[in-house]
Design a protein around this ligand. Structure first.
Ligand code: PA5
Length: 433
């Protein structure tokens, strides 16, 4: 199958009977979700989105991608949280580690920090390059991207005059928000984020797909993977639906005192996919003074940092290892006649093979150290499988949050810092000098 959840190391922690006991709850949550009557039902649009026909929208993205490729060296994506992490995750998972393809525009992200240093350097970097901007904000009012857009809009208008408007593409709500107003007024081209799809569930809309189309990724293949996942994960059963199984296991572990989940993999390109996962689960579940704290780790490097803690620290964490079976390129360890480094026992072996053994060895060691370990095995590292995996996580996350008893689609805690920040900055008491 495309994706396999491996749970054989969990026997010491979770019995099959416990899992089956949860099945009634899983079934009824599933029904409520699919009948759109569960809490937060106004944000369940992502569930069936992959099953609908989006070909016209995808074509529009591909047309713009062609235009951008012919007219720009840099494509700046402005957005924060769910408005950029998905695109960045897929981009980094699939792009080469070192080579920069000069024929494609470079995609740069802005608006997810308030660093003056970052913005200053970005403006300098853009100075002599042709640029397009994609500003992504569902609400159209989030401070960080709004500030970045104001600065970059000025830069574009100074550089291109009237023509700047043709180089700015907006992705936002169909009616609401300052960004929609601005788009209407300036005549920017725009993509719509459906009202019933929240930020962290929006990677398969233009939010994620347009920046990926610009870089030449196969957005049809992504949607194909997403659609197959939506079909494969459509049963309300904790055994046959692996997303629900992952959700139920997480919640059982939480009730047994395992309140931290480390998602780790041995392919560094997946680091941003882990960050996307961290946002999805952290923002969906960290509520009501409860929830699992999601931690993203990249092995082997993090085995030499928090790996110590995982093996030997406080026993309140569990680990999920993410593993793609087929990673296209590989490299062999050469034979060395002198063998001073005593590595000849590995000569002619491939790095990917050694990496797979490292994955197994790590799982075994952590299990011995008292860590509940499961793994998610995926096929090839490509657009199709990443799309599939992301939908798997989204469906698992919604179920897991519901089992925990919280609304997966709101983020009241995020508002707290925004409010304090606005207060300190004197929002609404503005007097322009
Ligand atoms: O998942 C979410 O809903 C959030 O992380 C949002 O994506 C983030 O706050 C950005 O919001 P907006 O797109 O409205 O600027």
């Amino acid at each position: 199958s495309t994706l396999k959840l491996q749970t054989n190391y969990l026997d010491a922690y979770i019995g099959q009977d416990e899992l089956l006991l949860l099945n009634e709850s899983v079934k009824s949550i599933h029904e409520e979700m699919h009948n759109k009557i569960s809490t937060g039902n106004e944000f369940l649009g992502w569930l069936d989105y992959p099953l609908e026909d989006h070909s016209a929208e995808l074509e529009k993205m591909l047309e713009i991608a062609l235009e951008v490729r012919n007219n720009a060296k840099v494509f700046v994506v402005i957005g924060i949280g769910g408005s950029y992490l998905g695109a960045k995750a897929i981009q980094d998972a699939l792009s080469p580690y070192f080579r920069v393809d000069e024929s494609l525009p470079e995609v740069i992200y802005a608006g997810q920090n308030l660093s003056g240093r970052y913005m200053n350097q970005l403006l300098k970097y853009l100075k002599y390059k042709d640029v397009y901007i994609n500003v992504i904000s569902k609400s159209g009012t989030t401070t960080e991207p709004a500030i970045a857009f104001r600065i970059l809009r000025k830069y574009m208008e100074e550089k291109y005059g009237e023509k700047a408007n043709e180089r700015i593409i907006v992705t936002t709500d169909s009616e609401k928000g300052a960004l929609r107003e601005l788009a209407n007024e300036k005549g920017y081209r725009s993509f719509i984020i459906d009202e019933d799809i929240g930020g962290r569930y929006s990677v398969f809309t233009a939010v994620g797909l347009l920046p990926l189309a610009i870089q030449g990724y196969d957005i049809h293949a992504i949607m194909h993977g997403v659609k197959d996942a939506a079909i494969d994960l459509s049963e309300g059963d904790v055994i046959t639906n692996q997303a629900y199984q992952y959700a139920a296991i997480r919640q059982l572990l939480l009730t047994k005192g395992f309140g931290v989940e480390v998602l780790a993999s041995f392919e560094p390109a997946l680091k941003n996919l882990h960050d996307w996962w961290q946002q999805l689960f952290g923002e969906s579940e960290g509520k009501g003074l409860d929830g699992i704290l999601p931690i993203a780790a990249s092995f082997s490097t993090d085995l030499h940092s928090i790996g110590q803690y995982i093996q030997d620290g406080k026993r309140f964490l569990f680990e999920t290892l993410l593993h793609f079976h087929e990673v296209e390129e590989d490299c062999e360890v050469p034979y060395d006649a002198q063998n001073k480094d005593q590595l000849n026992y590995l000569s002619d072996k491939s790095l990917n093979m050694i990496n797979d053994i490292a994955t197994q060895g790590t799982a075994m060691a952590h299990v011995e150290g008292g860590v509940p370990v499961m793994s998610i095995e995926v096929g090839t590292l490509d657009e199709y499988h990443i799309g599939y995996l992301m939908y798997f996580f989204m469906k698992a996350c919604a179920m897991s949050a519901y089992l925990q008893g919280v609304n997966p689609f709101d983020q009241p805690g995020v508002e707290a810092y925004k409010f304090k920040m606005s207060e300190l900055l004197g929002k609404n008491s503005e007097v322009r000098k």
